[in-house]
Design a protein around this ligand. Structure first.
Ligand code: ZN
Ligand code: ZN
Length: 231
């Protein structure tokens, strides 16, 4: 159990955090995927998303309405946050710390397994958000398309890219090159315009004393990893 004095270790930013970027290979990046691979992946990603938009339109008013839309969006955000802030940033990369009871509600959407797992709490969040789970899975797995399209501003030993569309849809996970460059950073959208809803939630949690010791790359660390040097 954490003591109250540790809870007050705010703000969330911790520039001296032990960021994995320090040891990342820097100068070589693998070849980019072929145009065929990129186009096939694009179709695979876009067609199901179009289905999610078109299907409700076709049955609007008698099979789908504002209440359904609100529930779908609410469950989508809630479930996605379990994946992004809970499963990914907290459990996989340990980019911040939180109380055990907070962790219980973190990893939703049935994205097992995880190193700590707390099945009773997780099953609870799955039950609450299960309606949106297929959509959440499609979007979070589509984040891997961020190795195909977007910008690559930071050095990393892969083709990871910052993709604006999935930056929005995946609640911040689409700033994927930022993530690969600074694997343990709690913040993926490192610029003010890189919308990172998951990080906003983490900041709110920090203000409420529910999260602390989050790792954020310092300005120096970001400059060191940047491929766009100021002249
Ligand atoms: Zn990761
Ligand atoms: Zn990746």
């Amino acid at each position: 159990m954490y003591t109250m004095s540790e809870v007050t270790k705010l703000p969330i930013a911790n520039p001296t955090g032990n960021l994995i970027a320090e040891s990342a290979p820097l100068d070589e990046t693998p070849e980019r995927a072929s145009l065929t691979v990129r186009m096939v992946t694009l179709v695979t990603i876009i067609v199901p998303l179009l289905g999610v938009v078109v299907a409700p339109c076709l049955v609007w008013g008698w099979g789908f309405g504002w209440t359904d839309l609100g529930l779908l969006l609410g469950m989508y955000v809630l479930s996605s946050l379990g994946v992004t802030a809970g499963f990914h940033r907290l459990f996989v990369h340990r980019s911040f710390e939180a109380y055990m009871w907070v962790k219980l509600f973190g990893p939703s959407s049935a994205q097992w397994p995880c190193r700590d797992r707390c099945f009773s709490g997780s099953l609870c969040t799955v039950a609450i958000t299960s309606t949106a789970t297929p959509l959440v899975h499609h979007v979070t797995w589509s984040v891997n398309s961020c190795h195909l399209w977007g910008l690559h501003p930071y050095k990393s030993d892969d083709q990871s890219r910052n993709n604006f569309v999935f930056g929005i849809l995946a609640l911040g996970e689409g700033w994927h090159n930022n993530h690969h460059a600074f694997l343990t950073s709690a913040r993926h959208g490192l610029r003010w315009w890189q919308i990172d809803v998951s990080y906003w939630v983490l900041r709110t949690m920090a203000l409420l004393g529910l999260a602390w010791n989050a790792k954020i790359p310092s300005k120096q660390a970001q400059e060191k990893m940047s491929l766009f040097k100021a002249t």
